[in-house]
Design a protein around this ligand. Structure first.
Ligand SMILES: Nc1ncnc2c1ncn2[C@@H]1O[C@H](COP(=O)(O)OP(=O)(O)OP(=O)(O)O)[C@@H](O)[C@H]1O
Length: 227
């Protein structure tokens, strides 16, 4: 099992609040990890620290064995654009762009010419059940369709890791189920690891493993067999 992403001894404090109190976590390629826990327990801080958005006060974050938490800001943001995909609670699609251009954006930011980027973006529509919606603007999509476009946008660069922060938080139960099923399966097929924060146990159950975080520490770590 090759570890893609690891956090060792992660500590993060905000004044007198300890958001992470020494967390160790490892994720392998094609592995999916759900981070659960009460409000304020440190879930988002952990996800953002692993994703190189927040720098830990102590500990290390390693991507394929290379330390990333001490990279300069330019290198770190380039690494995030090239190696990580992100899915947020509210898709955060650009409302004025058609779905296919929203998906193509991360490629264009990397300098891929627009025509090529859109052609590559379109390949993700069928696997995500979005055939025929390429030209729709986000306002013309349902919540579940918009999240599937956001998943395509996260995967288009063929990242090492997809980070998802409450990706189904704004969806009803049926749509959540559909979106998380696609998120976990398409991410695995692409060969990436998935790290997801969720409050929803049904959503977490689609992941290979579940971490419970409490007061900035891992309180339990379970292994699930994905159905
Ligand atoms: N930028 C910040 N400044 C000060 N305190 C912060 C900051 N970010 C987080 N915290 C604190 O750190 C702790 C962990 O916050 P975090 O957002 O990681 O929790 P969470 O488990 O994701 O919560 P929720 O489920 O409510 O989103 C909380 O006590 C929070 O108030």
């Amino acid at each position: 099992m090759s570890i893609v992403l690891a956090g060792h001894g992660l500590i993060k404090k905000y004044g007198s609040t300890t958001a992470l109190a020494g967390v160790d976590v490892e994720v392998a390629a094609r592995d999916s990890l759900a981070i659960m826990g009460p409000s304020g327990s440190g879930k988002s801080t952990l996800l953002h620290t692993l994703a190189g958005i927040i720098r830990p006060d102590d500990g290390q974050v390693l991507l394929r064995g290379e330390r990333i938490d001490r990279l300069g800001e330019n290198k770190l943001s380039a690494l995030r654009r090239k190696r990580f995909g992100f899915v947020f609670q509210f898709g955060q699609l650009l409302p004025e762009l058609p779905a296919e251009e929203n998906v193509a954006l991360p490629l264009m930011l990397e300098g891929v010419p627009r025509g090529q980027a859109v052609a590559r973006a379109r390949r993700w529509f069928a696997p995500l059940g979005l055939d025929g919606l390429e030209k729709r603007r986000p306002g013309q999509l349902s919540g579940g369709q918009a999240q599937r476009v956001a998943i395509a946008r996260a995967l288009v660069i063929e990242p090492d890791v997809v980070f998802a922060d409450e990706p189904t938080g704004a969806l009803d139960q049926h749509t959540s189920e559909e979106v998380v099923r696609l998120l976990t399966s398409v991410t695995r097929e692409q060969g990436a690891a998935l790290v997801m924060v969720t409050h929803d146990a049904d959503v977490a159950a689609h992941c290979g493993r579940i971490l419970q975080v409490r007061d900035g520490r891992i309180s339990s770590h379970s292994q699930y067999t994905v159905a």
